[in-house]
Write a protein that binds this ligand. Sequence first.
Ligand code: F6P
Length: 498
Amino acid sequence: MPWTKDRLESVVRERLDGLKVVVVANREPYVHTYDGDAIRCLRPASGLTTALDPVMRVCGGTWVAHGSGNADQAVVDERDRVAVPPECPSYTLRRVWLTKAEEQGYYYGFANEALWPLCHIAYTRPKFDRADWVQYVEVNRKFADAVLDEVGDEPALVFIQDYHFAMLPRMLKNARDDLVVAQFWHIPWPNRETFRVCPWQDEILDGLLGNDLLAFHIQYHCNNFLNTVDRSLESKVDMEHFSVTRGGRTTLVRPHPISIAPELVAAALPADVAPEAMRFRRRLRLGSVPLLIGVDRVDYTKGIPERFAAVDRLLTLYPELRGTFTFVQVGAPSRVHIPAYRHLNEDIARQVDEINWRHGQLTWRPIVLLNEHFDAGQVALLYRIAAGCVVSSLHDGMNLVAKEFIAARDDCLGTLVLSPFTGAARELTDAILVNPYAVDEFAEALRLALTMPPEEQERRMRRMRAQIADNNIYRWAGMLLSEAGKLAGARQPVGEPV
Ligand code: F6P
């Protein structure tokens, strides 16, 4: 039976047995900002929020997040809550306010300058700063207070997202041992040798072992986590059942590959693609050449310079390809207060300029860089009209752009060039898999993406579409929440819920 919204809804009803669901994520699913005197509600460029919003629409409950929009305070009630989505409210968003110093130390500092590079191993050195660490712990405490206020005395399942909250599970358990606490770590977990350079590794591991269930995208990251604990903390690690027992409490460690709601991507497509495509091409002076595309936050883990180097190599090896295609890169600005991200933006702009100068002709530019935020409709259109989509992460927990691209291809055409260092590569084996560090192979993969016969494209695309139709976000949430529900004592047999 396929996983749908309705099936998830019945799983939540039956398996969670009345438990209140509280999701905690740093990023909020809806941001309110001023536009002159008017207030606009935007959706951030985040795979996490895009994936979880449809789940929360089904589950109801509360999403606790950092209120980051400049009009966020203007729309909340006296308990800092607002009902979302604005067009058909179905769950509550509880906003937590952070001072500038807290945001700097917790989000930019410890989460994104220490844990992010540490876990991704993309050759950007992690920065460990005690003041950042202190803010990180304090902000975790602030979120714990908000969660405890939301749950009151009720039984609840707290579902924590990501590396911003390594200390939160233990804090919650210390306050309310009866809460079911589960966490999904959206980024990779490195091997123990890599992780042990973190000065607060024991505190982080102990914090995470406050969870009843800790999930990663793939088994490999679960194994890395278990090995890290085994060789660092006093605990009993069970490699057969994938669990850790410490201080008499057990944490299950499980793989749950995240996904998307394919029908929502398809729904974002324009009713009539051709005229919209024409308008888009005209605006950017793209002519009618085939497009290769990239859609990313500008992040050093995404392998953006590597993909441009491959375009450069392709045009050097095959000068006859000049003028025959264009690479359109949408690069949503991200974490720009961090020096490594600022430098990356500058490096990319310089690189594009050099490549366009080297190979460009009259009005044709090999690379069009759009350093801006595209909304869901614009991204879906781009996916739908591309000859190929390039996902070249140097390391990525999953990568949902790869899955969204497939969801948008209701014509069953287009090629996906995919890094084997993404979680998605484990599932999307019909993509053109290529190591982004290997520039010659990468250039050949781009050539293949541009020249693959339509029948072959269709064969691969059909299989990949079937893959994401089966393994969608409702399945991810249904499996994960049922597993958590079982821990809460819901009396269900083991196995896939019906
Ligand atoms: O990939 C990890 C992640 O936290 C995602 O879950 C999220 O979509 C993305 O990074 C966005 O990051 P930020 O919230 O820092 O903009």
